[in-house]
Design a protein around this ligand. Structure first.
Ligand code: UDX
Length: 457
């Protein structure tokens, strides 16, 4: 019998948008989303989601009151569901074995136990959170511990990127469905294929074994993170050699085998996935005795750490080796534009380094101020926050662009400069602004991946 009632557990950046798009694309399915955080549930249910994601509000409203609802009563929702998607967070462990590397699976396991306790009959459990390889197998063992096989565990990793989540969900490059290589496993996979096939072309839906599916997700993110570290490594060389990163990236990206996307040099990667997933891969390799493979992937993260520290150090050295008492405006705190998410944002490290140098920091961001305040709560008395970038720059010695928000590119920098201290610096960590134009306005411009433009030697 075809699945009709679906439950998504976890209403975060992945679970919320994923279930909202599924509800919009499958009006005949009844979709519930459960989360333990009642406030978050209320926000989603009221049509004002707790996360910022372009296009989400509209998709959400289409589903609410029709076939989409949110609840904090997990046991009741489990009883009603035939297929259960799990999108709970799996952060990097901050304690014990594998600390700082391995994924913390406590929420996943607790969820599996709750499902086992409340599901009255056979269920399909779909692993959506990014997890270490072989997690599905462990979940299978927990869920089916009573002997009778009541649960099929599928791996269906999510590839959405924040800021473009709705488009990524509506038109995914591919959908992966990993299952046990048994008739029951394949039947469960077929049920999930049927759901996606309502809006995704069949040839983009790939079925495979669970381990391939789990590993493909880690591998894809590792390749992407590696690309960012690669272009940033070349950018460092550009800065001292007279080459320009924009020109090099264009030339490299025109090779069809390489392609032009994801070649923007900047302040390094951030976000909830890249560091976590690459470290997960490193842990997996090391644990399996593949030392060289582990070291290879580890260098992607190590380079990123170095690159961020180098950016902050460059601010100090350009500004005559002292920031004491200087007002510095941080333009952006989100880990990238079009999101309010600040998890592992390069801004965190940069802000802390500048405060350490005793700068007076002012942070502005169109979506991430609340998260920024939380992230830097321990420095509250040393940092100002404002949603007005012009206000942030008033009286400042430097502007540091950390997030590539389009709004920042549209400001009147001539007027801004008139309110700043001289000499005024612009550290453009995203190459968002035209360096030549900013230089001719009077800024001392320090871009990423091309030599600085200074009004003094
Ligand atoms: C990523 C993956 O893209 C997505 O498939 C996966 O499901 C989750 O992880 P996300 O973390 O939302 O998505 O952001 P993404 O757009 O991939 O950017 C990651 C980081 O790399 C950001 O900090 C971004 O600023 C940086 N980046 C990206 C660059 O510095 N240069 C680039 O060219 C691209």
């Amino acid at each position: 019998m075809a699945v009709r009632n679906i439950l998504g557990i976890g209403a975060g950046y992945v679970g919320g948008p994923t279930m909202a798009v599924m509800a919009a694309r499958c009006p005949d399915l009844r979709i519930e989303v459960a989360d333990i955080d009642e406030e978050r549930v209320r926000a989603w249910q009221s049509g004002r989601p707790p996360i910022y994601e372009p296009g989400l509000d509209e998709v959400l409203r289409r589903g609410l009151g029709r076939n989409l609802s949110f609840t904090s009563d997990l046991p009741a929702a489990i009883r009603r569901a035939e297929m259960i998607f799990v999108s709970v967070n799996t952060p990097t462990k901050v304690f014990g074995q594998g600390m700082g590397m391995a994924a913390d699976l406590q929420h996943w396991e607790a969820t599996a136990r709750t499902i086992r306790a409340h599901a009255p009959g056979p269920r399909i459990v779909v692993e959506k959170s990014t997890v270490p390889v072989r997690t599905a197998e462990a979940m299978d063992q927990i869920l089916n511990e009573e002997g009778t096989r009541r649960f099929e565990v599928l791996s269906n990793p999510e590839f959405l990127a924040e800021g473009t989540a709705i488009r990524d969900l509506e038109e995914p490059d591919r959908v992966l469905i990993g299952s046990a290589e048994t008739p029951a496993g394949q039947a469960a996979a077929a049920e999930l294929v049927d759901i996606y096939a309502r809006w995704v072309p069949r040839e983009r839906i790939l079925t495979m074994n669970v381990w391939s599916s789990e590993l493909s997700k880690l591998a894809a993110n590792a390749f992407l993170a590696q690309r960012v570290s690669s272009i940033n490594a070349i950018a460092e060389l550009c800065e001292i050699s007279g080459a320009r990163i924009g020109e090099v990236a264009r030339a490299v990206g025109m090779d069809r085998r390489i392609g032009p996307r994801f070649l923007e040099a900047g302040v390094g990667f951030g976000g909830s996935c890249f560091r976590k997933d690459v470290l997960n891969l490193v842990y997996l390799c090391r644990h399996s005795g593949l030392t060289e493979a582990a070291d290879y992937w580890h260098s992607v993260v190590r380079f990123n750490d170095h690159h961020q520290a180098r950016f902050a150090a460059g601010i100090v050295s350009q500004m005559f080796n002292t920031l004491v008492g200087k007002r510095i405006a941080l333009f952006g705190f989100a880990f990238k534009a079009d999101t309010g998410d600040t998890r592992d944002s390069p801004a965190i490290r940069i802000a802390r380094a500048l405060v350490e140098e005793r700068a007076r920091l002012v942070i502005t961001d169109p979506q991430a101020l609340e998260n920024a305040r939380r992230e830097l709560a321990d420095l509250a008395d040393r940092i100002e926050f404002t949603d007005d970038p012009c206000e942030a720059a008033r009286g400042a010695h430097a502007i540091v662009v950390v997030t590539g928000w389009r709004q920042f590119a549209e400001l009147d920098y001539g007027r801004i400069l008139a309110t700043m201290e001289r000499p005024a610096f612009l550290f453009d960590g995203r190459n968002l602004l035209d360096a030549e134009r900013m230089f001719s306005l009077g800024f001392n411009v320090v871009p990423i991946g091309s030599p600085p433009r200074l009004h003094f030697e």
